[in-house]
Write a protein that binds this ligand. Structure first.
Ligand code: NDP
Length: 267
């Protein structure tokens, strides 16, 4: 039996237990997956308690991904470059920290939506935790260039410097986005949470694949993409399921099928 859970605050809304229950049923792997609410300053204590009770591993969501990074005794390259951990596996005395968010996005784009990222120009809006997590997996797909545009330009420039060794990147302020077509635009800002649209040139959406990391509702970014002739528009539900599938495989060694789970969540 795999003893798993997701830690967060708040945590009530989390879809992870539903997703992992479907993976378990489908693969026949025996899994117990709980939701654990940790106090804002009490992640380590709660996580240690769960480990002492025989945990195999756990997911970590907002606001504990940095705590989990520091709590891990070993980090994968993904986790190191992301600067955050969303998955921990207990391996004897080691706590192996991984970050599956970026792998989840790439798997959704490439495998579910059929988007080939090789030699493509990608524009990421935002330079927060999500952007840092998706940069390495995106660069591993060998795009022509990944442009990072952020409201606060210095954060985009910092990420550009940090990731320059992994591929062709550049970083600038949102106002520098030119009114010309781009292949893939990823909204990794939290503007959708406030029902807002980042202030950017509309022409860049023309024939672009537009992907919002946010899920659960039609966002202003998705409306903007539709109004400006995007060739494909997607929300982040596929990424959510794919990052969960990647965590499930990290713990159990079994790769679940994601298609039916995504379909069920959408309906
Ligand atoms: P952070 O708080 O770390 O970063 C927020 C980013 O959004 C910053 O770059 C900020 O710019 C920018 N921003 C906020 N409001 C606006 C606005 N009105 N206009 C322009 N830019 C704005 O958040 P995260 O990176 O952790 O999360 C970003 C999004 O990704 C969230 O919506 C989250 O739900 C989603 N997400 C989805 C996942 C999935 O599985 N589908 C997984 C992980 C995240 P500035 O630096 O100038 O403040």
């Amino acid at each position: 039996m795999y003893n798993l859970a997701v830690f967060g605050n708040p945590i009530e809304h989390s879809l992870s237990p539903t997703i992992h229950a479907e993976f378990a049923q489908q693969t026949g792997v025996e899994v117990n997956y709980d939701k654990i609410l940790a106090p804002i300053d009490g992640f380590n204590h709660k996580a240690q308690q769960f480990i002492d009770e025989g945990a195999t591993g756990f997911n970590i969501t907002v606001p504990f991904k940095l705590d989990a990074y520091n709590f891990s005794t070993k980090l994968t390259l993904n986790a190191k470059t992301a600067g955050a951990v969303n998955t921990i596996k207990v391996e004897g005395s080691e706590l192996v920290g991984e970050n599956t968010d970026g792998i989840g996005l790439v798997n959704d784009l490439v495998n579910n939506l059929g988007v080939n990222l090789k030699d493509k120009t990608i524009l990421i809006l935002g330079a927060g935790g999500a952007t840092q997590g998706i940069l390495l997996p995106l660069l591993k797909e060998n795009p022509k260039r990944v442009m990072i545009a952020n409201r606060t330009a210095s954060k985009a420039q910092q990420l550009q410097q940090d990731f320059a060794q992994y591929g062709n990147t550049c970083g600038f302020g949102l106002e520098k986005i030119k009114n010309e077509p781009i292949d893939v635009i990823i909204n990794a800002t939290s503007a959708s949470l406030d029902k807002k649209m980042p202030d950017i040139a509309s022409g860049c959406a023309n024939h672009a694949i537009c992907y919002d990391l946010m899920y659960g509702e039609q966002t202003p970014f998705m409306n903007w993409a539709k109004d400006n002739n995007a060739s494909m528009i997607a929300d982040g539900i596929g990424m959510l399921v794919e990052q969960a599938a990647s965590s499930f495989e990290f713990w159990t060694g079994v790769k679940p099928d994601t298609h039916t789970v995504i379909k069920n969540l959408r309906s």
